[in-house]
Every structure is written in structure tokens, then in C-alpha cells.
Design a protein around this ligand. Structure first.
Ligand code: PRP
Length: 179
């Protein structure tokens, strides 16, 4: 385990199990359809790649970079679109893939934006849900794992752009982000 972590939340094996279950749920939901899977970068990159590869549904993929935390542990409340999608979402079944729904501001922004652009349907899968931190009334359609108000990193999730490449998810020691 990385020395900056106090404990592991999801091991690589547990992540694989969660990904397999989420992919099966999506395959059932999208029978006969060709959704556009959207990765909300950077945090969802690892989960996204594993999830779409575990699905049998023929998906197209696209990417959007959205940022609201910077180096802070509190959301700015105004997620910034750093890089937009290449594809049009008009008439598409959009599958939004998030690593975590925290305050909910990012999800709210993405939902309003993509439905506003004419998406036919909008489904959200998140690896983590942190309901205790929610500021706006949004919810993932499928959340793999519910977590309390802990600072988690790894498997795409960062603190000040670090720890994203850990293959597991763990709780960051307080002394790291409070120093
Ligand atoms: C994180 C995470 C989600 C969002 C969730 O992204 O990847 O997209 O915050 O938080 P919220 O529900 O409070 O909006 P961040 O803005 O830190 O950018 P990153 O994906 O590049 O880490």
C-alpha cells in the first residue's frame, strides 16, 4: 500500500468485481442500442476504460475534461469545461461515466449541458457515490460503491493531481491534505 494512505477502500480484485457488475447492468439496459459512452476526465479514465471493455454492447466513446477542484478539497461549485466532446450528442443515448459524485455540481452541469444539446437519454454510472456531501439534487443511475466523507485517491482519483495511477483506491492520510 502507498505510504500516504491510511487504508484501502477497494482492492484491484474488488474493483474488477464492481466493474463486471456495472457492465452487466449496462448491457441489459442498452439491449439493441448503440450508446455514446462519455468519460468525464480526468478522474474517470481508469474506470471508463475498464467499464467499456467489460461491456458487450457496441459503444462509441468520447471524452470531456471537466474540473472544479484544482488543488482544493472543496468544489468551486462551477465546474469548468476544459475540453469538450468531439461528437454530437443530439439524438444519442448518452452514458456518462464518473469516478465519483460528491457535491453533485459536475453531474448537474453535465446533465443540463448534454440534455440541452439534445441527448435522447442520459444515464450515469459512477464508481463512487458520496451522498453525505451532496449540494444539489442529482443521483447516479448506478453507483458501484457508497462511501462516507473520506478523502479517497487512486484508480483515477487524485489529490493535487497525484495518486491517480494507483491500481486500487485508498483513504489518504489527513496529514497529507491538511499540511
Ligand atoms: C472530480 C471527479 C468528478 C467531480 C465530482 O473531478 O472526477 O468529476 O470531481 O465532484 P462533484 O460532485 O463535487 O462535482 P475534478 O473536478 O477534481 O477533476 P478531475 O476529474 O480532473 O480530478
Amino acid at each position: 500500500m502507498n505510504k500516504d494512505l491510511q487504508s484501502i477502500v477497494l482492492t484491484e480484485e474488488q474493483i474488477r468485481e464492481k466493474v463486471t457488475a456495472a457492465a452487466a447492468w449496462l448491457d441489459e439496459r442498452y439491449k439493441g442500442k448503440k450508446p455514446l459512452a462519455v468519460s468525464v476526465l480526468k478522474g474517470s479514465v481508469m474506470f471508463f476504460c475498464d467499464l467499456v471493455r467489460a461491456m458487450n454492447t457496441p459503444v462509441q466513446i468520447d471524452f470531456m475534461t471537466v474540473s472544479s477542484y484544482g488543488a482544493s478539497s472543496e468544489s468551486s461549485g462551477m465546474p469548468k469545461i476544459v475540453m469538450d466532446l468531439a461528437a454530437s450528442v443530439k439524438g444519442r443515448d448518452v452514458l456518462l461515466v464518473e469516478d465519483i459524485v460528491d457535491s453533485g455540481y459536475t453531474l448537474q452541469r453535465m446533465r443540463d449541458l448534454l440534455i440541452g444539446r439534445g441527448a435522447q437519454s442520459f444515464t450515469v454510472v459512477a464508481l463512487f457515490d458520496k451522498p453525505a456531501r451532496r449540494q444539489v439534487d442529482v443521483k447516479a443511475d448506478y453507483a458501484c460503491f457508497e462511501i462516507g466523507d473520506e478523502f479517497i485517491v487512486g484508480y483515477g482519483l487524485d489529490y493535487a493531481q497525484q495518486y491517480r495511477n494507483l491500481p486500487y483506491v485508498g483513504i489518504l492520510k489527513r496529514e497529507i491534505y491538511e499540511k
